[in-house]
Design a protein around this ligand. Structure first.
Ligand SMILES: [Zn+2]
Length: 331
């Protein structure tokens, strides 16, 4: 059987313009796909309408085009995929059950896990007359191991670390965990390159992949960029927007944060071609977070040393990132 060809994707939420952190993910996922001779899809994760900003999608598309990161295939929007998510819920069938608990009730009656309170299983045996709110999927008391290309082996026992988790929320929206698994399976994604803030949710996605009978892709979780206060760059932490006009100034600094060599000058297409040619996963910093150092860079000609600086800065700049026990520790 021939090895399936590489299919990658970038999946931003249209909650605001791209910033250096999301641009880093876009760039790395594009480079990894192109270096493998693969396809690169674009999906707008507009699952949560109240959080979406109307102008953001157009800004994101304009920025990616201006950076020369052109997608394959049609743009996918999660807001158009309701039927596929409903079909997945139907397939999960008896693995699902309704839950009547409020957030408060769960917080009061449970221990803290890798991503908030561990659901104690209150509604597993029935609602006893209470009104259903969310839908949960049963998890097993067994280890799930994800062999990340960069972060190494991540092991979780979902019964202990999360409990049965939500696939449709109390407000009726589909949970991210479900949507991302269904969408990646439909695109035939073989390789997911995304930020390490999603590392801890990966075993839940693998659990859903197994229940739905779809393949588990390979994962590469990049370090997230953090500011001088150790906060992940985001709209909430007032990260500077990145636009098409920033490509000349930011392409090499972003590559340097990824441990990759500078592209030098010249036309954008040639610079990107050089970046593809030199793309080396072995040079990525093996951490969950790196300090964003735009402007503080003496020269883009020493990527190895900037990667070392980034790694060295990491322990002080990842508050709450290394939870979950020894399986999640850095080597
Ligand atoms: Zn419940």
């Amino acid at each position: 059987m021939p090895t399936p060809r590489y299919i990658g994707r970038f999946a931003p939420s249209p909650t605001g313009p791209l910033h250096a952190g999301s641009m880093l993910t876009a760039l790395a996922s594009w480079l990894d796909a192109r270096a493998a001779g693969g396809a690169w899809h674009l999906r707008i994760e507009d699952l949560d309408p109240p959080r979406c900003v109307p102008a953001a999608e157009a800004q994101i598309l304009d920025t990616l085009a201006g950076w020369g990161l052109h997608q394959d295939g049609p743009l996918v929007r999660q807001s158009t995929r309701t039927a596929a998510y409903e079909a997945a819920l139907a397939r999960l069938g008896a693995q699902l059950y309704p839950c009547a608990c409020s957030r408060r009730e769960i917080a009061d009656s449970s221990v803290h896990g890798i991503d908030g309170p561990v659901y104690p299983g209150t509604c597993r045996a029935g609602l006893e007359g209470r009104a259903a709110r969310a839908l949960r999927v049963r998890v097993a008391d067994a280890d799930i191991t994800v062999d990340d290309r960069l972060q190494g082996a991540i092991r979780q026992n979902l019964a202990r670390d999360t409990g049965d988790f939500v696939v449709r929320r109390a407000d009726g929206l589909f949970a991210y965990q479900l949507a991302v698994v269904v969408d990646d399976a439909e695109l035939g994604v073989t390789d997911i390159v995304r930020g390490a803030d999603l590392l801890d949710s990966t075993p839940r996605q693998v659990h859903l992949q197994r229940l739905l009978g779809v393949p588990t892709p390979r994962y590469l979780h990049l370090p997230v960029l953090v500011n001088a206060d150790g906060e992940k760059l985001s709209k909430q932490t007032l990260a500077q927007p990145v636009s098409a006009a920033d490509v000349d100034a930011l392409l090499d600094p972003l590559l340097a944060q990824l441990g990759q060599p500078a592209t030098g000058g010249g036309a954008l297409e040639r610079r990107l071609a050089r970046a593809v040619q030199h793309w080396d996963v072995g040079r990525l910093p093996r951490t969950r977070a790196v300090l964003w150092q735009a402007g503080a860079r003496p020269s883009a000609s020493s990527p190895a040393s900037s990667a070392a600086v980034s790694s060295g800065a990491e322990p002080a700049h990842q508050p709450g990132q290394a939870r979950g026990g020894s399986a999640l520790e850095q080597p």
